[in-house]
Design a protein around this ligand. Sequence first.
Ligand SMILES: Cc1ncc(COP(=O)(O)O)c(C=O)c1O
Length: 381
Amino acid sequence: MKRRSFLRSGVVAGLAGITSPAILAGWGPSPTASPASRPKGVPDPPLRLHHAENPRGLAPAAREAIVNALPGASQYGSSARAEVTRAIAESHAVDVEFIAIGNGSTDTLRQAPQAVGKPGMHLVAADPTYGDIFRYVQPLDARVTRVPLRADYSHDIPAMRRAVAQGGSPALVYICQPNNPTGTLTDPDEIDQWIEEADQENVYFVVDEAFHYYVDDPRYRSADRWVHRRPNVIVARTFSKIYALAGLRLGYGIAHPDTAERMRTLWAGGISHLTAVAALASMEDGDWVRDTMRLKDEAKAITQSVLDELGIEYIPTQTNFLMHRIKGELATHQERMRDHGVLVGRAFPPMEDYNRVGLGLPDSMEYYGQVLHRFRARDWI
Ligand SMILES: Cc1ncc(COP(=O)(O)O)c(C=O)c1O
């Protein structure tokens, strides 16, 4: 495919099923877009490579399910909610008692510390890692220990174990597997061994598997295998990433029934009927998920080959985003990227000499590569 054709064939084609100008406007330009000042050929609206979203948008089956379910949107109650909970439980080979639904896994990360936490508890998490949990332990006045990632960007499990041992109990351990923002996996054997040996009454684990679908390391396995035997393990999953339901909000926790029940009492309300039908349709569309994975692999190969070509260091990723080195200030890099029609990730201190870029559609990543070449010509990267 000709690189120039990316707007026509990819970015716009991703929106092809949607024709309403109002919906397109809502989907489209970020507040940073300023079409008047944008040079020709620069994507407008800008490419959204800053949130690690699914660049394809909703699966066609999900869109159709939403449209068909619209009459139910004005009514209370939704049989689809119970159905989606059953489907989620089945996908983990557990009963529904093990599932606690949330409005996105953000909600699961909020429920988890409140369900198992105690005032003054000790949170141990990696540095850098996904930040929501730090906010959600605040009501518990938790003490926080951030343990730097190892040189290979995996969680430093021995150091985290020491931090728990030294920090007193009870402790809440947050493991992001694979980790955001680095996209790296931690050896599941190390995690399993810790869970196996931990004091079940005083050490709680929240394993955030938001990006599990994208992992291609054969060592990977979910921590959901522990929930039958350990009430101190909560696994968080989301429909925002592979299923592209980020705006519709559906996540869940998998935990021992006693723990899941406590989480359910903390749930503010039901997910919407439309979210439930979209989730069911997306789960059933295996071909669409496989296509998404294929496109992600293609996008990853394109991005990594450009970075290799330019000799830009990057962290090999197990997710749909990756981190690469930049030159100078991250804020300057973000601004220059925005001027070229690309939104890239926020700051992830202390890794501020890196940029996190989401993997968009392959042709978007071709364009991203062209921009990097342009930056290199100006000695910006
Ligand atoms: C690691 C991780 N966990 C959880 C979330 C929350 O996602 P959501 O609330 O959309 O499920 C995100 C969002 O980017 C994430 O990166």
